[in-house]
Design a protein around this ligand. Sequence first.
Ligand SMILES: *Cc1c(COP(=O)(O)O)cnc(C)c1O
Length: 355
Amino acid sequence: MLDISITKTTSPKAKPDESNLGFGKYFTDHMFITDYTAEKGWHDARIVPFGNLDIHPASTVLHYGAEVFEGMKAYRTEKGVVQMFRPLENVKRMNMSAERLCLPQLDEEFGLKALHEFVKLEKDWVPRQKGTSLYLRPFLFGNDPLLGLRTIDRAMFVIIASPVGNYYAEGINPVKITVETKDVRAVRGGTGYAKCGGNYAASNRAATKASEKGFSQVLWLDGVERKYVEEVGSMNVMFMIDGKVYTPKLTGSVLPGITRKSIIEVLKDWNYEVIEKEISIDELAEAVKEGRLQEAWGTGTAAVISPIGLLNYQGVDYIINNNEIGELTAKLYDELTGIQAGLKEDKFNWCYKVD
Ligand SMILES: *Cc1c(COP(=O)(O)O)cnc(C)c1O
């Protein structure tokens, strides 16, 4: 396995105020980098002082969008232990995304080692206040210095990290969602299941429009019939109807969230019936009207769980659970954040200690 060289910064930054971290505004003192070429494979793995990357102006990523990324967190427990949540899942998903975009994949063990060594060096940047964490952003992109389209012969894998605040510092408030009926995020056969920057670029217009109208997220429908629910913003989505939990099945245009997967495992452990299927928007609207849709929430690393209080579809507002956080939603939030913070038993062995 590749060795990782470490060059420490000679000018460490002052740590930001933990009560006002926000999301992705501050960066730690170092970054991890390794380069790929077709001849040498991955080489020159290094942790260096945080700074700008040196990229050729013709670099593939800038013109043809060859980029995939991950989002994950390191947490500090009350006992002072620093741990990551299911990091191998992120490495595996990044490889799956890379495969879709014809980018080179990383050896899984090496990916884990890179995360481990990097977080170990930046340990002091993992914030201490309740609900805070160190957000890790691994990303991998094509870096050939030429405009001709061909297979990717050069790439870079980088990890940067940002201390982030408590998403719910002001309490968990349900969000308002609007159902997008024009733009689509992804289609089957496309890149929806890959975590790539291009999917986000395609989402921006609808997200901006929704935000101008006072909604915090967009509910995406499938790209062919505009009928089946796929995701909410950059989160997976779940609904409790008649006591059962429904979530869109992974058809290729839905991102396979690690939070989604973990929540499904917790629900099954609690003996809930979880149904992964295609869910039509009309079916949901009907369930709200009939009072059968009890709770709805989004799942993702950033917020963990985000309760949905209102769905706007074709100009009609559908209110869910009185616009209050549901009982199961709250219980799931407590369970997952409790495991991540080391406050609840980690019976699935999801936490990976960094020491
Ligand atoms: C990252 C992401 C998610 C959530 O995945 P997690 O692994 O739970 O963080 C959901 N949808 C999209 C589009 C994403 O990019």
